[in-house]
Design a protein around this ligand. Structure first.
Ligand SMILES: [Cu+2]
Length: 101
């Protein structure tokens, strides 16, 4: 009885794991690194400012972060399937493509 229950618990933990998945994207050298990612619906993307100046993160009509100082992180869950272009208002050339499955 006990081993079966342990297996069931393990299976449930594995099944729910993707809901808490996280992907890290660095803002470094005035660019998103990597510049393209694929994530599961509900996954959170963590943007880390690894430059020595301020960055920001937004998708028009979807979300808009505050300005983030060097060393600060921004957490954004992607809950809708589709392809999104993430930008930085301070550096218009910064582009990240996020594909949400
Ligand atoms: Cu920027």
């Amino acid at each position: 009885m006990a081993p079966a229950k342990t297996l069931l618990t393990a299976a449930l933990l594995l099944a729910t794991a993707p809901a808490f998945a996280e992907t890290v994207v660095a803002q470094k050298g005035r660019a998103f690194r990597p510049a393209e990612i694929s994530v599961s619906r509900g996954e959170t993307v963590i943007f880390t400012n690894e430059d020595s100046y301020i960055h920001q993160v937004y998708v028009p009509g979807m979300f808009e972060s505050a300005e983030k100082a060097p060393g600060e992180n921004y957490y954004q869950p992607f809950t809708i399937s589709g392809t999104f272009q993430v930008r930085c208002r301070i550096h218009p050339t910064m582009k990240l493509t996020v594909r949400v499955r």
